[in-house]
Design a protein around this ligand. Structure first.
Ligand code: SF4
Ligand code: SF4
Length: 473
């Protein structure tokens, strides 16, 4: 098929890049190429200049490309050609990117020395040594693989967040949300923890990303982490108390008022990457009923799994025992969870499989924190998406671009409110709807779920319904 094909009868969207777009692409690719060459151990000196040039090229290149691409068209989301591009229709380019991402995660988690991590006191090399100067600046230590990962992760959210904002520039919700996503990642997840590490270099490590709470942070209650927080002075105690407060008090209260969106699509790092870098792949989420069933089984199984692991780990901590019912706590509980869920599911599959399974595989099928907030959202929250069914033209844009695989159109056609545990409140269904059918709202719980209120074609007394409506829109 012609690469400029379109589903439209007359193809209005020829894909041609002008010189400014080509310049942006060239800059971005050059920046990436520096990192690839470093990974292949090509000698690049001076490293501190090369790494800054690489980061600068990626940021400037993406901005130039996105600005030119989206500002040249009228505002409004088009998503032209997503089903015809090799990158976004599971073709060669998509598979290639998926395999490279997956390989990167495998090396990061299990074989960091192939990325250049110095083992047993050896100096760093390859990709990792490129980031030594930045790490030295923050905390006077050479870079670890996690420092490199955190820097690249933040760079991806920043660069592709800017691209996202050009693309969705007509939608205020998306602009504010993405600004918060970028600020959360840059300050809460990256700069503040790194600066605190530098200021407390004598204190053993504990997680200082304040929003990364249990159970998403699955090692929060591990003995070594608890000890490090308890021995970490005022700062350690602060993180311990805030971590428990966030999960037990703050999260249920905020989720009650606005749904799980405050976390999943506004401040979470996993959600942040999915919403920015993962945006071109959101239509790849499965909308099958079987996927919905699998989602409910999997996410709640992971929740139960982490709950059991945490109880067992705390039992070991308070009794001083390394075993539970004759089983080694580390080998049978902590390690399998860390391997299967922490590394394989959230990292390798969660991000590596973006181009095959969509951008929210982890959030939809695995994240125990999303599962916990999903239960509150479904049964005890003011959040809902209301649908003005009479305006729906059944184009299906909303369902296509729902990254959580929700068949939004089915609700819209019936004029039924959407109250689903898995909805992350990204607002894209509403943003891509050409008829303004969908609204993300917080209102009284009464009347939130209305499967029988307005069924098109049914004999419903609409005036009575309107007069009795207590919700404030
Ligand atoms: S239903 Fe809409 S707001 Fe919810 S996850 Fe899907 S696209 Fe996002
Ligand atoms: S995008 Fe809007 S008009 Fe199209 S099916 Fe969804 S609710 Fe209906």
């Amino acid at each position: 098929m012609d690469k400029h094909s379109s589903f439209a009868i007359s193809n209005p969207h020829k894909v041609t890049l002008d010189n400014i777009q080509k310049l942006g692409l060239w800059l971005g690719i050059s920046g990436l190429l520096i990192l690839v060459l470093a990974t292949l151990n090509v000698h690049l000196e001076p490293k501190n200049i090369f790494v800054l040039v690489s980061i600068g090229f990626i940021l400037i290149g993406t901005t130039v490309y996105a600005r030119r691409t989206y500002l040249k068209q009228p505002s409004g989301i088009k998503n032209n050609h997503v089903w015809f591009k090799s990158l976004t229709n599971r073709s060669v380019l998509g598979w290639s990117v998926g395999i490279i991402l997956t390989l990167f995660y495998v090396l990061l988690y299990w074989f960091p020395k192939f990325l250049g991590l110095g083992i047993n006191g050896e100096p760093n090399s390859g990709l990792i040594v490129m980031f030594d100067s930045i790490s030295m600046f923050f905390k006077e230590q050479p870079a670890s693989q996690w420092f490199v990962y955190g820097t690249l992760y933040t760079l991806a959210i920043l660069a592709l967040g800017i691209k996202f904002m050009y693309k969705y520039r007509h939608n205020q919700y998306q602009l504010i949300r993405t600004t918060v996503v970028i600020i959360s990642q840059l300050f809460l997840a990256y700069l503040i923890p790194e600066i605190l590490e530098g200021l407390n270099s004598e204190t053993p490590y504990f997680a200082k990303d304040i929003k990364n709470m249990w159970p998403l942070n699955y090692y929060f209650f591990e003995s070594w982490h608890l000890d490090n927080m308890l021995n970490g002075g005022t700062l350690g105690m602060f993180y311990l108390v805030v971590g428990i407060f966030m999960f037990l008090v703050f999260t249920p209260i905020i989720t009650y008022f606005v749904g799980k969106r405050w976390y999943c699509s506004w401040i979470c790092g996993c959600g942040g990457l999915a919403e920015t870098a993962g945006d071109p792949f959101r239509h790849l989420s499965s909308k099958k009923l079987s996927a919905w069933k699998l989602e409910r089984w999997l996410i709640h199984s992971v929740m139960v799994f982490i709950f059991i692991v945490t109880v067992v780990v705390l039992y070991g901590y308070f009794t001083g025992s390394g075993e539970f019912l004759g089983l080694s706590i580390y080998n049978y509980f902590s390690k399998p969870y860390g391997f299967l869920i922490g590394a394989m599911f959230s990292g390798v599959i969660g991000v590596g499989f973006y181009p095959m399974l969509g951008n929210r595989v982890w959030c939809r099928f695995g994240c125990p924190l999303a599962g916990y907030m999903g239960i509150i959202q479904r049964f005890k929250s003011r959040f809902r998406i209301t649908t003005n069914g009479g305006q729906c033209i059944s184009c299906g844009n909303c369902s296509t671009y729902c990254e959580q695989g929700i068949d939004v159109r089915a609700y819209a056609q019936k004029g039924e409110n959407i109250v689903r545990a898995s909805c992350v409140g990204c607002g894209i269904c509403s943003a891509v709807c050409p008829r303004g059918v969908l609204k993300l709202e917080n209102g009284p719980e009464k009347g939130r779920i209305n499967p029988t209120d307005v069924l098109l074609g049914n004999d419903v007394d609409l005036m009575n319904l309107v007069n009795n409506k207590t919700s404030k829109f």
